[in-house]
Design a protein. Structure first.
Length: 137
């Protein structure tokens, strides 16, 4: 089994900076993408992953990535983050597109590190259980 990875899709790098200490302490790869195709390609790698998507700049493209991730990589956990004026609508759409967690005000962005750590730990345990079940067959 490959080690877990954190994949971030954003324009300004702030979420990546926030997640870097977590990635370094757990020795998890942290990959930041601004290009849709490169981000999707990184998710094709086997192993547990969490995709963190910042919603608000190019909403159509960002929601397309969230939808495509859910369809093509259902084992990948997703977190949608935003602070848009249309937070209620975007949060509802993200939930409808199967985001595992949606982080919009009034929730504090400080929760992101704990959310990602929890999702990756949960995803890693599920992957290990599946691998050991496959081995025992």
């Amino acid at each position: 089994m490959r080690q877990p990875q954190i994949v971030v899709f954003e324009r300004d790098g702030r979420l990546t900076v926030q997640l870097r200490p977590l990635a370094e302490s757990r020795r998890w790869p942290l990959r930041e993408f601004r290009q849709f195709d490169a981000c999707v390609q990184s998710l094709e790698a086997p192993g547990p992953a969490v995709l963190v998507i910042r919603l608000g700049r190019d909403v159509e493209r960002e929601l397309k990535l969230l939808m495509e991730t859910g369809q093509r990589f259902p084992e990948t956990r997703t977190v949608a983050v935003g602070d848009s004026e249309e937070a209620t609508l975007l949060a509802a759409i993200a939930w409808d597109l199967s985001a595992d967690f949606v982080l919009f005000p009034p929730l504090s962005r400080e929760l992101l590190t704990d959310v990602v750590a929890g999702l990756l730990s949960q995803n890693s345990n599920t992957s290990q259980d599946t691998a050991s079940n496959d081995t025992n067959r």
